[in-house]
Design a protein around this ligand. Structure first.
Ligand code: UFG
Length: 346
């Protein structure tokens, strides 16, 4: 296939590019480099000079996106490009709506106009478990039909893009020009590719596993558990950590399974919840370092427990995660962070 990867310079998008290139696809990554990194784009370009291109642009620039799709005869879009900090979205909601919705519509306009109006035929959208907000106890583990009631602007932008895409797919059906639409709602993505080429490098870093690894590696003096009084067995939040390579597997399976005219949503997580304390114990085991941990009050907006009912993605797409153990996931992140003390060092 000939694939446009939006947000291709980001953590998940770059892992997707690598996997698609390994599988023999032609890939164009597009990214405004606001949060993404030039270095992995350069690396992929040097390893795959014939099948990889990088375009530095905002998705809201419909002309550049349209030209990119047409020039390279692209047929498939994997749309990762978005701002993705829950807390930041509460502080700067307009920035989130502008980037995740307005630019997302710019991208869709280009997809619609591409190939003299024939359009893009396959679209996979990175949505989030944040669209579910804080599900009630009877919705844990979280199935696809869980009511979607986001509790942050970030979650709202992901839900609204889902709805915009579903309406767009319906319009394509009416035009007798159907599209294959897949919505993947990620739970907590973690880990790094084992080739050592790519990893997770956010600035600022707020995610639990890399923050804890930084503490273990002495790159910060301690770390904080946000909330120890939750109604969970050890009082800390529970999340479903899915390895980034397993997550990309789900995209590849969706590309090959969901046919034009179909519109499907899947929750992507391993179906097992780990508490914050359990994750920190895993980081201590993997690193061998008993780094200091401080208890702190709850972080605003955190759901108590979010883990996935992965039945649908396993049965419909045949997805089977390779990483089902938290130590194995943490190990891949640890290896990359150990060998990249300054991340991509940009
Ligand atoms: N946590 C800490 N200390 C830290 C960092 C995190 O205790 O220093 C806790 C959080 O309170 C939470 C858990 O670790 O309970 C996981 O937090 P992350 O920040 O790693 O991840 P989130 O669950 O907040 O966010 C993830 C994705 C978002 C997505 C969200 C949906 O990163 O993109 O899930 O809930 F929107």
């Amino acid at each position: 296939m000939r694939i446009l990867v939006t947000g291709g310079a980001g953590y998940i998008g770059s892992h997707a590019c690598l996997r698609l290139l390994q599988d023999g696809h032609f890939v164009v990554a597009i990214d405004n480099l606001d949060r993404g990194h030039q270095t992995p784009m350069d690396m992929l370009g040097s390893v795959y000079p014939d099948s990889f291109r990088f375009v530095h642009s905002d998705l809201g620039n419909t002309k550049i996106v349209l030209d990119t799709i047409n020039i390279h005869s692209l047929d498939t879009v994997l749309h990762f490009g978005a701002l993705a900090y829950v807390g930041e979205s509460v502080e700067q909601p307009l920035m989130y709506y502008k980037n995740n919705i307005a630019s997302g519509i710019g991208l869709l306009d280009a997809c619609d106009q591409a190939h003299n109006g024939a359009g893009i035929s396959r679209f996979i959208f990175s949505s989030s478990c944040a669209t579910f907000g804080d599900p009630s106890d009877d919705m844990i583990p979280v199935p696809e039909h869980c009511p979607q009631t986001p509790t942050s602007p970030y979650g709202s932008t992901k839900l609204q893009m889902e709805q915009i895409l579903i309406d767009y797919a319906k319009k394509r059906e009416l035009d007798n020009n159907p599209i294959a639409l897949t919505i993947l709602r990620y739970f907590n993505v973690a880990g790094a590719d084992t080739s050592g080429l790519l990893g997770e490098d956010h600035s600022p870093e707020t995610h639990l596993i890399p923050v804890a690894i930084n503490a273990a590696l002495g790159r910060r003096t301690s770390m904080t558990i946000f909330g120890t009084d939750y109604p969970t067995p050890d009082g800390t939040n529970i999340r479903d950590y899915v390895h980034v390579d397993d997550l990309i597997d789900a995209h590849v399976l969706a590309m090959n399974t969901i046919s034009v005219g179909q519109c499907e949503a899947f929750n992507i997580g391993i179906g097992k919840g780990y508490s914050v304390r359990e994750v920190l114990e895993a980081v201590r085991r993997v690193s061998g370092v008993d780094f200091p941990i401080q208890d702190a009050p709850r972080r605003a907006g955190d759901a108590v427990a979010l883990f996935c009912d992965s039945h649908k993605v396993r049965t419909v797409l045949g997805w089977e995660p390779r990483y089902t153990d938290i130590d194995a996931i943490v190990s891949t992140a640890y290896s990359w962070m150990l060998s990249h003390p300054d991340g991509y060092a940009e």
